[in-house]
Write a protein that binds this ligand. Sequence first.
Ligand SMILES: [Zn+2]
Length: 99
Amino acid sequence: MKETNQEKTVVEAGSAGENAQQAQAVHCLLCEQGVMKRATIRPYNQLLGYFSLIVGLMFFLLGPFAPLGMVLVFVALYLILSKKDVWLCDKCGAMVERL
Ligand SMILES: [Zn+2]
């Protein structure tokens, strides 16, 4: 039996401008020594998100409040799953929103 391992090559779709941006290091505006690194953070309070999720599920189980529970669960999922792209300084920890 022959096993064919087809390696899938990941082609990153990126414009020329994006590649140029990656090539040059962005220095931190605050400490001017650190290099800004691309990072992804969660902008909302995760505890609040999980708290809403639990309260929402509880409401969901209490028949009459099911619609309210569903809304709370959706809000909770939004809070938990939201991501934000930022530049993060590796020296002082300064954070700048990536636009
Ligand atoms: Zn810095």
